[in-house]
Write a protein that binds this ligand. Structure first.
Ligand code: AMP
Length: 227
C-alpha cells in the first residue's frame, strides 16, 4: 500500500499546482452529473468510486460478488478496499487535476485521501431539500451501464430504459435505485458521510451549493469557484 502511494507521489512531482475536487451530497444530489461535466469541459480526471465498484460487479470478480451484497443493501464497502482502489486509479491515470466523486464517505477514507497528492483542494457540498426530493430524483434516474452517463427518465409513466446518447449503451435504473435501497443509502449518508462534510468544513475547504437549482446554474457556480 505504501509502495503504491510512493509511486503516485513520484509521478506527481512533474505536475504543478495540482487541484483535487471533491463532491459531497446525498444520493441524487447531482455529484455524478456535475463531475462528468467538469471532466468533459475542463479536462479533469474523474475517479468515481461507485463506477469502480459497479465495474467489479459487472466483471463478476470475487470482489464484485462481495460488493454486490453491500450495494443491494445500500451499505458501504470496506474502507481498505475502496482506498486501495482510489490509489490504484491515481496510479493508472495521467497526472493532472482530478475529481473524486463518491469518495471519501467515511472519516477513515478522508484521512487516507488527505495523504494522497494534491496541492490545492476544494470540496463541493451539493445541498438538496428534503429526503423526498432525493428519493424522487433517484427514482427517475437512468444510468448508462457502459459509460455511467446519467439521464432523467421522461414520459409518464417514466421510461425504464433508453439508448445512451454518449456511447450507444443502455441507460436504465441502477439496481440500487429502488425506493427501499435509496432510503437505506440516505441513512448511511447521514450516519457516516455527514461527519466527513464537517471534517472539510472545519478545515475551511467546503463550498456549499444549492443543488436544487437547474444543472446548468449549479455548474456555472462550480466553474466560477474553480477558475
Ligand atoms: P455511488 O454510485 O457513489 O452511489 O456508489 C454505489 C455504491 O458503491 C454505494 O452504495 C456503496 O456500496 C459503494 N461505494 C461507492 N463509493 C464508496 C465509498 N467511497 N466507500 C464505500 N462504499 C462505496
Amino acid at each position: 500500500m505504501n509502495l503504491s502511494l510512493a509511486k503516485v507521489e513520484e509521478r506527481l512531482k512533474v505536475v504543478d499546482n495540482m487541484k483535487r475536487i471533491i463532491f459531497f451530497g446525498a444520493p441524487g444530489a447531482g455529484k455524478g452529473t456535475q463531475s462528468s461535466r467538469l471532466q468533459k469541459e475542463l479536462g479533469f480526471v474523474k475517479i468515481a468510486t461507485g463506477d469502480l465498484v459497479r465495474a467489479e460487479v459487472e466483471a463478476g470478480t470475487e470482489l464484485g460478488i462481495r460488493f454486490k451484497q453491500k450495494i443491494s443493501k445500500g451499505q458501504l464497502v470496506s474502507d481498505d478496499i475502496i482506498i486501495q482502489m482510489v490509489r490504484n486509479r491515481l496510479e493508472q491515470v495521467d497526472m493532472k487535476d482530478y475529481i473524486v466523486d463518491g469518495f471519501p464517505r467515511t472519516i477513515v477514507q478522508a484521512d487516507a485521501l488527505s495523504g494522497m497528492p494534491a496541492d490545492e483542494e476544494i470540496a463541493f457540498y451539493l445541498k438538496v431539500g428534503s429526503p423526498e426530493v432525493v428519493v424522487n430524483r433517484v427514482l427517475s434516474r437512468l444510468t448508462c451501464v457502459e459509460c455511467g452517463a446519467i439521464y432523467t427518465a421522461r414520459n409518464n409513466p417514466p421510461e425504464r430504459a433508453m439508448e445512451c446518447a454518449k456511447c450507444g449503451g443502455i441507460a436504465k435504473p441502477r439496481t440500487d435505485d429502488t425506493e427501499e435501497v435509496i432510503r437505506k443509502r440516505i441513512q448511511v449518508y447521514r450516519d457516516q458521510t455527514k461527519p466527513v462534510i464537517e471534517y472539510y468544513r472545519q478545515r475551511g475547504l467546503l463550498r456549499e451549493i444549492d443543488a436544487s437549482q437547474n444543472i446548468d446554474d449549479v455548474f456555472e457556480v462550480i466553474k466560477g469557484i474553480i477558475s
